[in-house]
Design a binder for this molecule. Sequence first.
Ligand SMILES: [Zn+2]
Ligand SMILES: [Zn+2]
Length: 361
Amino acid sequence: MWIKVCSRVKSRSSRWHRKRTDCFQTLLLLSTRGPTGRFLELWSYSKLLLKSLYFNSLSNSDTLLDCAFEPVYWIVDNVTRWFGVVFVTLVILLTTSVVVIIYLFVLPTILSAYPLHWVVWHLCCGHWLLVMVVFHYYKATTTSPGHPPKDKVHIPSVSICKKCITPKPARTHHCSICNTCVLKMDHHCPWLNNCVGHFNHRYFFSFCLYMTLGCIYCSISSRELFLEAYSAIESYYMTPPPMETLRETTAHKCIIFLWVLTSSVAVALGGLTLWHVILISRGETSVERHINRKETRRLREKGKVFRNPYHHGNMNNWKLLLGVEKRSHWFTRVLLPSSHLPNGDGIMWDWTFSRRDPMAI
Ligand SMILES: [Zn+2]
Ligand SMILES: [Zn+2]
């Protein structure tokens, strides 16, 4: 049995000699002590046996914690994946309800009460925002963010993914929800049920921007109607209650729902859009923000200054993300729906300079 235990330690460990010595020492003690001593020795031997079963020279406390939390990660990843479908359905249903309320209750008021030039402006602006929101949401959910090629081994990479066992190019990160590596990964978005990466980053940002603008537009356009509807709803509780038709009551409730929803989304999504404006201006993704913050702190302690190698200047960062190569592209590629591909393949990256010290990825 002792030989069996020791041979097991040998197969699992690069520090086999030390473990084997421990085994033989325990064996020696077992044969020379009394009953109490024997119990303690058996206890220490059991501990050694247990350690030998999972010993690995590469394991550390992080690996053990990861293993212990593996079932929790599995549940969180699967729940997020399932919630993605629910969230996408919610976005479609709520957007549709807002559009229907606008067509049924807000647009007739605009057509009947506003002068012609305001009617034309509302029709053009409202429909342009609607087209941009629908187009960018559809593209952001259906476009693959891009993955490193699995069949090619010789690609420029900075590390190996522990989960996919494939080379990881610069800016690539593993998404545990999609269970694959994503090129220039920004984050996994449950509202899109998709990862935001190299090939759909522009669609994601444009969707956030146009959705925020659309919500601001709806909120401002329906503000007067909302105030009317709010005072009308308050008067329901007066005695005697005012005579209201079913259509009027429904209209009041729908307009209150529309204003509250669009105003809240405008504030929440506006904040998120603003955060992404800052990130894009700095030439960073959401994942890189965390890494770069750590690097800044690490280098500051060494008396050095961190510089982001993917920062090409504020305006150039925007041009790279939006695919603007000439002046007319601001109109055709940014203000109108466009399916053009982003710059580069997401594997090779233009660095503004080469780093001398290795960076944590
Ligand atoms: Zn991976
Ligand atoms: Zn993902």
